[in-house]
Design a protein around this ligand. Structure first.
Ligand SMILES: Nc1ncnc2c1ncn2[C@@H]1O[C@H](COP(=O)(O)OP(=O)(O)OP(=O)(O)O)[C@@H](O)[C@H]1O
Length: 260
């Protein structure tokens, strides 16, 4: 069952003043005619080189930027229309970014960080502390972390707290935008294993944005490749053979992976 659907999505940014008053501003197409679907409970990887439009796509899906043309539908409802209010949208979709330090308010301890979304989205919930402990358990941290502040956490632990914060609203989809890129390979693998377990338990869909094909392969059943704003191909796990890649950039990406 389709959860998220992008139909011919294009995003143009103005990149400078118009030369003459009757001319249009010059624009850059960061995303061009992208079609993409994420099924309920699946993990879709989105890989591509720097500047290929991956983060722009994440911002469009989260309605943090407006689309120039096309449609983004969540269970058939337009995310950028009036059908879904932003609050409802963020109840259903969460975004986890690379820079966990920017996402965690430094003056709040972990329990305050996790209680905030619970209070916002489940105001009737009285047992917030136990819920926080459960969230920490999901991300494999024990209850002693509740009293810690972000500066008292390692990069991997901060990322786990960001994931717990996203899980606190019980979303249907989490978008990870280079969320584990700054961690070393063992920490990345451990978080990926953890995400797989959470997905099995909670049936959450993931859109996993990365420039690292290897981590996308570990987590995702399908991988889409972006190149210069376009989605050039999507392969399923069964087709992860170098020969199957059609686009020269995907072939290069796969070759680089095999050289590592
Ligand atoms: N607000 C903006 N105004 C103008 N151009 C922008 C803006 N945001 C992004 N771009 C341009 O859009 C293109 C796509 O950027 P985007 O950040 O989506 O790429 P990316 O694939 O996420 O890259 P990275 O992996 O380095 O984060 C880039 O050429 C970028 O310079």
């Amino acid at each position: 069952m389709t959860l998220l659907e992008l139909r011919h999505v294009t995003k143009e940014y103005p990149i400078g003043p118009r030369r003459l008053w009757f001319q249009q501003c010059p624009t850059l197409q960061a995303v061009r005619q992208v079609d993409l679907t994420v099924e309920k409970g699946e993990s879709l990887g989105l890989v591509g080189e720097s500047g290929s439009g991956k983060s722009t796509l994440a911002k469009l899906i989260m309605n943090l930027e407006s689309i120039t043309s096309g449609q983004i539908l969540l269970s058939g409802q337009a995310v950028n229309g009036k059908q879904i209010k932003k609050r409802q949208l963020y109840k259903r979709m969460q975004l986890v970014l690379q820079d966990s330090s920017a996402s965690l308010y430094p003056k709040m301890c972990v329990s305050e960080i996790l209680e905030e979304p619970i209070r916002n989205y489940f105001p009737e919930e009285n047992n917030r502390e136990e819920l926080c402990v459960e969230l920490l358990k999901l991300v494999e941290l024990d209850r002693f972390f509740l009293s810690r502040y972000p500066h008292q956490l390692s990069g991997g632990q901060k990322q786990r707290v960001c994931i717990a914060k996203a899980l606190a609203v019980q979303p249907e989809l989490i978008i990870f935008d280079e969320s584990i890129a700054s961690l070393d390979r063992p920490s990345q693998t451990s978080i990926i294993q953890m995400l797989k377990c959470i997905q099995k338990e909670k049936q959450i869909a993931y859109l996993f944005i990365t420039h690292d094909l290897q981590s996308a392969q570990q987590l995702c059943g399908r991988i889409s490749v972006m190149y210069q704003g376009e989605l050039v191909e999507t392969l399923t796990q069964l087709e992860w053979d170098f020969q199957q890649f059609q686009h020269p950039y995907s072939r290069l990406l796969f070759q680089t992976l095999n050289l590592d």
